[in-house]
Design a protein around this ligand. Structure first.
Ligand code: IMP
Length: 202
């Protein structure tokens, strides 16, 4: 059914797999922008993760008239006034490797004791509906910045982000465990509830 179609504004295959798995039992069909034949470049110039997700979802829904989901995520380090925050992907330049970015953050935290190394990954997801309304959810995964980069799984800042309860970096977790604990997994599950409610009201 066309009204059960959802476009997810991402080109990232990993994110597509995750959202399809989470929405699998709802009967909703989730398409990437590419699969839906939509090509829109959106400038993410919001000051918060939620704002960026809303900007992206609304801009794409305006073009296609379908339900559009968009996400924005990043790392907040308390000792660095929540840097890199909404600039997580752009920190030190888009083309700089994460080996270099992670090393830089470890250096900026040199000598900082464990209790001041608190950090979190945040994920906001916005859903823009054809009637012009937008709903957002967000979730976080709390942890600390470790003293060295460790682990081969995951991506981005995972090697320096540690979950104290596991004593492991998120790059050392299996994908299943990370999806269960992650900011994105939690936010996606919240969004699933929003969508189910909206669709049941029709
Ligand atoms: P985006 O939401 O795909 O634009 O991601 C923003 C940036 O945040 C990514 O490029 C990563 O640097 C960082 N990030 C977001 N989620 C994670 C994660 O789960 N692990 C590691 N880095 C992440």
């Amino acid at each position: 059914m066309a009204d059960r179609r959802i476009i997810f504004a991402t080109g990232n295959e990993g994110k597509m797999r995750e959202i399809r798995a989470i929405l699998a039992d709802t009967g909703m069909e989730v398409l990437s922008m590419k699969e839906a034949g939509i090509h829109v470049d959106v400038v993410e110039d919001g000051a918060t993760f939620e704002e960026n997700a809303r900007i992206k979802a609304k801009a794409i829904a305006a073009v296609c008239g379908e339900i559009v989901l968009a996400d924005d995520s990043g790392l907040e380090i308390d000792y660095l006034n929540k840097e890199p925050g909404v600039y997580s992907a752009r920190y030190m330049g888009e083309d700089t490797s994460y080996t270099v970015k992670n090393q830089n953050l470890l250096e900026r935290l040199e000598g900082v004791p464990e209790e001041k190394r608190t950090a979190r990954f945040v994920c906001a997801i916005a859903a823009a509906f054809p009637d012009g309304s937008v709903e957002t959810v967000s979730a976080a995964m709390e942890g600390i910045i470790g003293y060295e980069a460790k682990g081969e799984n995951g991506f981005g800042y995972d090697p320096i982000f540690y979950l104290p309860e596991y004593g492991l970096s998120t790059a050392e977790l299996s994908m299943e465990l990370k999806n269960e604990a992650s900011h994105r997994g939690k936010a996606l599950r919240k969004m699933k509830q929003v969508l189910e409610k909206r669709l049941s009201e029709r």
